[in-house]
Ligand binder design. Structure first.
Ligand SMILES: [Zn+2]
Length: 135
C-alpha cells in the first residue's frame, strides 16, 4: 500500500485521540488499533455513505417508461418531464439536453434492456457508448 501524508490541526487530532481513548476496548474489537486507523475508518465510512446517497438520489430521480429500437423514454421526476433518448447509428442523443452526455443518457445506459440493444447495435457497427462517466 502506498502512503500519503496529510496534516490536520492539532486540536482536531486531539478530538480523534480522545474519542479513541474513550472507546479503545470497543474499537479494538473492530480491529481499530490506533487513532489513525479510527480516522481512516471514519473517512471511509463517510465516503461510502455519500456515494450511497448519491446513487440512491440518482436512481429515484429517474424511471424508464419504455425502450424500443428507436430509443428510450425516461421520466425525470426532477424536471417533471418525459425525456426522449434517441439511439441511432451515429450515436446516442438526449432530446431534452441536446447532447450525447447527460444524466438521462447515463441512466439509460445502466438499464438492462438498453444495454442489450446497445451491445447488439455496436456489433452492427453503430457508434454507441457502453457507458459515460458524466456527470
Ligand atoms: Zn438529458
Amino acid at each position: 500500500m502506498t502512503q500519503e501524508k496529510i496534516s490536520i490541526p492539532k486540536d482536531e487530532w486531539k478530538l480523534v485521540q480522545e474519542y479513541y481513548n474513550k472507546h479503545e476496548e470497543q474499537l479494538k474489537l473492530q480491529r481499530i488499533r490506533s487513532p489513525t486507523m479510527l480516522l481512516r475508518q471514519w473517512m471511509l465510512d463517510k465516503y461510502r455513505e455519500i456515494e450511497q446517497k448519491t446513487a440512491e438520489k440518482f436512481l429515484s430521480r429517474f424511471e424508464h417508461i419504455n425502450v424500443d429500437s428507436n430509443g428510450v423514454k425516461i421520466l425525470d421526476r426532477q424536471l417533471k418531464e418525459v425525456v426522449q433518448i434517441r439511439i441511432k447509428q451515429d450515436g446516442i442523443y438526449c432530446e431534452h439536453d441536446e447532447t450525447d452526455e447527460c444524466e438521462h443518457i447515463k441512466y439509460a445506459l445502466e438499464l438492462e434492456e438498453v444495454r442489450k440493444i446497445v451491445i447488439q447495435k455496436r456489433k452492427e457497427g453503430w457508434n454507441l457508448p457502453l457507458f459515460i462517466d458524466y456527470p
